[in-house]
Design a protein around this ligand. Structure first.
Ligand SMILES: [Zn+2]
Length: 349
């Protein structure tokens, strides 16, 4: 009797959850409709709680997004969230907030992630010939409003085609202890000098050893586990895309082609364009350097402009530049994966 009652309770709770879940409603085309966008194109996240709140909304809105086990920051022991969009092998890993004072790129990573989640859903509808959902129509969105990008049918198709059977892994905020206040982590280490890539030669606050910090160890462990085809790390100030770290031969040729497809997405938005090498010796020990060295696959550091062009990061996020940069970042990740996979299949030879 007790068993039946418990079973009854479970069935009842499941039914209630099913009714409450927005994506459980099936559209006439047989696919879940797109939820309202939850990540605005100009969203700012300057405290860890802001990121946690945004993630609660993302996880609730998209059942194609799966939270992964969080890390814990070195000093304050704050969760370092990570999640996966879609299923299958990891085509792309995107990370933001490695440096705590570069808060705008947390918004970039979250925006790109939601657009991929939306593109996978609406693009799949085009692919199957089902009636595509009308995303955001109820909110009266126009082509200019945030989230408009994934309503571009061709981009949705691209996202669905390129990422079909694959997944994207996202770490929006690697450094919650430093967020909004400092470049460094809670004990003053520059996390992007704490990876095992020329670490001995790195100068600056690089830590006691490669991966000595909980944050860099978490990102390296996650990367070793999901083995992405491509990584993109978002940073601020240098206004360019870094793409090299000692690649040679065929690997160099391939990565240059992938790099060109990345910068093509940004057009004239990043004045520094592609940068073949890091500007100073101190740039050893970076995440993308470590990824290239360890996996022999393409890794990129995408640098927004900053004070030089906009006076402040606040001004940059409020400018016309920002939505264009955000949307270009969606294309950049997609271009990188498509070019890499094409090359891997021999099309780029
Ligand atoms: Zn940085």
């Amino acid at each position: 009797m007790a068993v039946i009652t418990r079973l009854g309770a479970i069935v009842l709770i499941s039914m209630i959850l099913l009714l409450l879940s927005p994506s459980s409603v099936i559209s006439p085309g047989g696919l879940p409709p797109l939820p309202e966008p939850v990540i605005p194109v100009d969203g700012t996240y300057r405290k860890a709680e802001d990121v946690y709140r945004a993630l609660d909304k993302l996880y609730e809105a998209y059942e194609t997004i799966t939270p992964l086990e969080s890390g814990l920051s070195q000093v304050k022991r704050l969760p370092i969230p990570a999640f996966r969009i879609g299923n299958g092998p990891c085509a792309l890993l995107i990370v933001g907030g490695i440096h705590g004072d570069e808060w705008p790129v947390i918004g970039t990573v979250l925006y790109v992630a939601e657009q991929y989640a939306r593109g996978m859903i609406s693009g799949a509808a085009y692919e199957t010939g089902a009636t595509p959902p009308a995303p955001g129509a109820a909110a009266g969105n126009t082509a200019d409003t945030p989230g408009a990008l994934a309503r571009d049918a061709s981009l949705s198709r691209d996202i669905a085609t390129v990422l079909q059977g694959r997944s994207v892994v996202v770490v929006p905020m690697l450094n919650p202890d430093g967020l909004g206040t400092s470049r460094y982590n809670g004990r003053g280490v520059d996390l992007n000098r704490n990876f095992d890539a020329g670490w001995a030669k790195a100068i600056g606050k690089k830590g006691n050893a490669p991966e000595s910090e909980a944050e860099s160890k978490f990102l390296a462990d996650l990367t070793r586990r999901v083995k992405p085809d491509v990584v993109m790390a978002f940073h601020c100030f240098l206004d360019c895309v870094f793409w090299t770290y000692d690649q040679e031969g065929e690997c160099l040729k391939r990565d240059e082609e992938v790099a060109r497809s990345v910068i093509e997405a940004y057009g004239d938005l990043l004045h520094g364009g592609l940068q073949a090498s890091s500007p100073t010796e101190s740039a050893h020990g970076g995440y993308k350097d470590w990824f290239i060295k360890e996996f022999r696959r393409p890794g990129f550091t995408i640098e927004t402009p900053g004070r030089d062009r906009f006076g402040s990061l606040e001004n940059m996020v409020k400018s016309d530049f920002w939505p264009r940069f955000q949307e270009a970042s969606v294309r950049a990740g997609l271009n990188a994966v498509r070019t890499f996979l094409g090359y891997a299949q021999g099309e780029g030879q």
